[in-house]
Design a protein around this ligand. Structure first.
Ligand SMILES: [Zn+2]
Length: 411
């Protein structure tokens, strides 16, 4: 345990989380004065450590600690400081203070890192404020569009360009900027799920960020009939039809997991034509949605083929017709296995062996990976879910993750 790591984490978390709208929980909207104040607090800490602080046109913040080899590819490490409304103390903050704690460990030891270490605070990661993904990181990477800048903030109704300008940014320069040259990006983040907590493990390496394949407005069309009068033979019951598909997909899901695939299957919004349906009717129509997630495009295609195959069987057996409607997709981001291996080797040096796991939620690291960066995430165990005031994390777990990164690049 390196004292300066834990001390830096505690102090910065307390400082950052004091900057918020009144509770419950922590609220720092994207491109608000509060988000800017939180960035400024970290900037002051960085300057105290002798780091050089710069901001780009979108007001992402970069605090650079010079490395031994100034020509080596820099290591960017960080996350975001905006939060959802009434959010928690760690989603985003953990990654920023973790990066600063890593810089503080190098500064305290008096030995520079092998390459420039650039603590990175992205802007506007939480897409609840503007309906655009990864605004800050995509700006830094030269990937924001004019259309994105016209998106309006959910509470003020004013555009992203307006809010960016108000905080001192330059939207035109964001559009015309070339973007950062590909380097290495590490994002520490709370898991936002129960896996590490249940397993009793402090942190993990993230192999990929899941993408999705969704049918948001699917429908089954059958035949209305009297529940007492219609014989079993000849019914076209949409509820039984959906049940067949759901149970079949549940079996396929288990098989795919056994084969080592990464996949999650979620059906929802099941509505057997209320209010048209009533107690004494065989349901003639049913609306539902389904959300498939995986870190692998081929697995998404495979589950889609299985889904359609099962539908064909059920249509033949039950005399119903499925209308799937539009499909929407998001691309999985494979994170860098080589970089994860490097960190795993660092962790092994201090006797730790973090597991590899997929991320169910989207993160800035995904934007960096999609821009061709070597990008990886480190998940920290947390409790009580995320995006709520009860979000909980043990500082010692975050310190352990930072300790592994320090062990990776200390030599
Ligand atoms: Zn986050």
């Amino acid at each position: 345990m390196i004292p300066v790591i834990e001390e830096t984490i505690e102090r910065l978390l307390a400082g950052i989380n004091a900057i918020s709208l009144p509770g419950p929980g922590v609220t720092r909207p994207s491109y608000s004065d509060l988000e800017s104040q939180a960035h400024a607090l970290v900037a002051r800490e960085a300057q105290r450590l002798g780091m050089t602080v710069t901001r780009d046109a979108a007001l992402n913040l970069f605090a650079r600690l010079p490395g031994r080899d100034r020509t080596a590819k820099p290591l960017f490490i960080g996350s975001h400081l905006d939060t959802v409304a009434m959010g928690g103390r760690y989603d985003g903050q953990a990654g920023v203070v973790g990066g600063m704690a890593l810089a503080a460990a190098f500064a305290a030891a008096g030995t520079p890192p092998p390459m420039d270490l650039v603590v990175t605070i992205t802007r506007a990661e939480e897409s609840v404020w503007f309906p655009v993904s990864y605004i800050g990181s995509r700006s830094a990477l030269g990937r924001l569009s004019t259309e994105d800048l016209h998106a309006v903030r959910s509470d003020t109704g004013r555009t992203l360009a307006d809010h960016m300008r108000e905080q001192g940014g330059d939207p035109d320069a964001v559009l015309n900027g070339p973007g950062l040259a590909p380097a290495t990006f590490v994002e520490i983040h709370i898991e936002q799920g129960p896996i590490l907590h249940r397993a009793g493990e402090p942190y993990a390496l993230v192999s990929g960020i899941r993408g999705g394949l969704r049918y948001r407005n699917a429908r089954i069309v059958g035949e209305w009939a009297h529940s007492g009068g219609a014989p079993r033979e000849g019914r076209a019951d949409t509820v039984f039809a959906l049940a067949d598909v759901v149970t079949a997909l549940d079996r396929h899901w288990a098989v795919l997991l056994d084969e080592g695939a990464d996949i999650a299957v979620t059906f929802g919004r099941v509505d057997a034509a209320s209010p048209e349906h009533a107690f004494a009717k065989v349901p003639g129509r049913l609306d539902f949605c389904v959300d498939f997630r995986s870190n692998d495009v081929a697995t998404l295609d495979r589950i889609d083929a299985i889904f359609r195959d099962e539908i064909a069987k059920v249509e033949a057996a039950r005399g119903v017709r499925f209308e799937l409607g539009a499909v929407s997709r998001s691309t999985p981001a494979m994170l860098s296995g080589a970089l994860a291996d490097e960190i795993a080797a660092g962790a092994a040096r201090i006797g730790e062996s973090p597991r590899r796991m997929a991320s169910g939620g989207g993160h800035d690291a995904s934007a960096f990976a999609q821009a061709g960066w070597e990008s990886v995430m480190v998940f920290v165990r947390n409790w009580n879910g995320s995006h709520n005031p009860d979000e909980a994390m043990d500082v010692a777990d975050l310190a352990a993750a930072v300790g592994a990164l320090y062990a990776t690049w200390r030599e």
